[in-house]
Design a protein around this ligand. Structure first.
Ligand code: ADP
Length: 256
């Protein structure tokens, strides 16, 4: 528990700090990009200078991408949970992942029939799964398999005990795996083993924060040279619970 609290307050402080910096930085960056675009237009006759400006613009766009990740990480904006039906949601996600991960990654998805709905922010949930999948891809430079399984998990407590039911989402890869010391730090903000410019170390801490805020859990296990498995649980949308009303209200607020 203490570790969790430490983690939460560290996340909070990091979020505030990065949010402030990212916001200012973003404003300055838009001035840089705007001016570079103008200069680019003026340099049409000069091919060499034109190429240099293009690479400067590309670099600035990458900075902008990073700041938008930082802003997303620090954002305190409330989630917009809505009822989510896995049978409708997963096919689109798989298509998106196929495009994102490339041909060397084989995606296998296994969805239990008749899964109950969960109440979750759809866009953030999708972003979280994409995050896990992109990390998996990075851990499989020579290609491999991404295995997505979705199951219902009923409480295993004694007979008759009322408990929250969960849907379990497993995302497993056949990649490099992690050493125990990396594994222990994966959810830490800014922890990355990727080279500068490739990793921010924010992906999994964002996923962690989102899953917690959604009433779920996330754990990871990993075996070096064999692969990594993330297990996310999301509470089932129970009939008549206050959350179910919140979710139903959310659904009707959606534009047609
Ligand atoms: P980033 O991807 O920017 O490094 P993350 O927070 O998403 O940030 O991940 C932190 C670190 O966790 C990664 O740098 C990597 O070392 C490790 N990691 C995450 N997912 C996996 C995976 N599927 N297989 C192996 N290592 C992983």
């Amino acid at each position: 528990l203490e570790l969790n609290l430490q983690h939460a307050s560290k996340l909070e402080a990091m979020g505030r700090l990065t949010g402030g910096i990212a916001h200012d930085f973003n404003n300055m960056l838009s001035i840089v990009i705007g001016n570079l675009d103008l200069v680019k237009g003026a340099l049409l006759g000069n091919e060499k200078a034109h190429r240099r400006i293009e690479s400067a613009i590309e670099g600035a766009h990458r900075c902008a991408e990073l700041t938008s990740r930082l802003l997303a990480f620090s954002r305190r904006s409330p989630l917009q949970p809505k009822a989510l039906n896995f049978a409708n949601f997963i096919p689109g996600l798989i298509k998106l992942l196929e495009r994102t991960l490339g041909e060397r990654i084989t995606i296998s998805a296994d969805l239990e029939a008749g899964l109950p709905e969960v109440c979750v922010d759809h866009a953030q949930f999708e972003a979280a799964l994409i995050n896990l999948a992109v990390n998996a891809r990075d851990a499989m430079p020579g290609g491999g398999t991404l295995d997505i399984r979705i199951r219902r998990r009923d409480p295993t407590g004694p007979e008759g005990v009322e408990d929250v039911r969960f849907v379990e989402i497993t995302v497993a890869d056949s990649g490099t795996g992690m050493s125990p010391d990396v594994l222990a730090r994966v959810f830490e903000p800014f922890f990355t083993t990727k080279e500068a410019g490739k990793g921010t170390g924010l992906g999994l801490s964002m996923v962690y924060g989102f899953v917690q805020q959604s009433g779920g859990t996330i754990v990871v296990d990993s075996t070096p040279h064999q692969g990594t498995r993330f297990l996310v649980t999301m509470p089932v949308l129970a009939e008549g619970s206050p959350r179910s009303e919140e979710c139903a209200a959310g659904a009707t607020n959606e534009p047609p």
